[in-house]
Design a protein around this ligand. Structure first.
Ligand SMILES: NC(=O)c1ccc[n+]([C@@H]2O[C@H](COP(=O)([O-])OP(=O)(O)OC[C@H]3O[C@@H](n4cnc5c(N)ncnc54)[C@H](OP(=O)(O)O)[C@@H]3O)[C@@H](O)[C@H]2O)c1
Length: 252
């Protein structure tokens, strides 16, 4: 049967696969035939994701803290080394959201978001585009940005900056890496039903207002996974340096 999203045999690294959008993305990609490397810091939570995937025996879990920025290229090279197949794709879902009013801003709380959201993305781009890591047919990298890059909220300056910067990274990387057949795109969701959102509830979010503004409703994380699958697939082979807003109307 014709399926333009078919990912059979494609090897894809999913960061943030232990929760939320990353977990849902992993499940979607597994249903489309991808062979996955699931990353997060919590090995037990990665096992839960693995159990939810289709063909769970063909996937690999790799617990690793992406805050070890300089270790990322070596970690990725080792994952595909030793006879492992090269990478066809990566989806960077790992990230953090902390509410930081500017009166409390510090280098530590800026880093708590910049490191997983932005710096790790840059290091992953270096890692996955390296010779002996990238598949000869090319690599598609999907970075999970946020509608918070487009809509301002108090206490969100550092988070929004990290997400707006991801789009700039995608555009520059798309140009720099095109010759290596590496495509780089962003997905910018508004509110998605995940533990991150549950954690923020009551502190920074006014859910009644959000539900009024996001008039198609809170987004199912699986929908983000399907968009990632499209960007990984051959159906999107001419798409690079783009950002896809998925917002239920929130930014309109
Ligand atoms: N939920 C939303 O409404 C929403 C909207 C727009 C954008 N986003 C973005 O979507 C992405 C996923 O968010 P989510 O809602 O799915 O959040 P989540 O459920 O809290 O998941 C965050 C993931 O990031 C991983 N992670 C965090 N720091 C890490 C590190 N240093 N090393 C490795 N993994 C790390 C966590 O794994 P461990 O805990 O196992 O380390 C977890 O799997 C984030 O970038 C977020 O900013 C979310």
């Amino acid at each position: 049967m014709y399926n333009p999203l078919d990912l059979t045999g494609k090897r894809v690294l999913v960061t943030g696969a232990s929760s939320g959008i990353g977990r849902a993305t992993a499940v979607v990609l597994s249903r489309l035939g991808a062979r996955l490397i699931l990353n997060g810091r919590r090995a037990d939570a990665l096992q839960e994701t693995l159990a939810a995937t289709e063909n769970s025996t063909i996937h690999l879990c790799s617990a690793f803290d992406l805050a070890n920025l300089d270790e990322i290229p070596k970690w990725v090279a080792e994952l595909v080394g030793g006879g492992g197949a090269p990478l066809d794709g990566a989806v960077h879902c790992a990230g953090a959201l902390n509410h930081i009013p500017l009166r409390t801003v510090s280098s530590a709380n800026i880093d708590s978001m910049m490191v997983p959201n932005l710096h790790a993305a840059l290091m992953l781009l270096r890692a996955v585009s390296a010779r002996n890591v990238a598949a000869a047919t090319g690599v598609s990298v999907v970075l999970i940005s946020s509608a918070a890059a487009l809509v301002a909220s108090p206490g969100m300056a550092a988070y929004s900056a990290s997400k707006m910067a991801l789009y700039a990274v995608a555009r520059a990387a798309a140009k720099e890496l095109a010759a290596k057949r590496v495509r780089v795109n962003c997905i910018a969701p508004a509110y998605v039903k995940t533990p991150m959102l549950d954690h923020a509830a009551g502190s920074i979010m006014d859910f009644e207002r959000i539900e009024e503004q996001q008039f198609l409703g809170i987004i199912d994380p699986e929908e983000v996974g399907v968009m990632a699958a499209y960007l990984l697939s051959e159906a999107a082979q001419s798409i690079t340096g783009s950002q896809f807003v998925m917002d239920g109307g929130f930014t309109l």
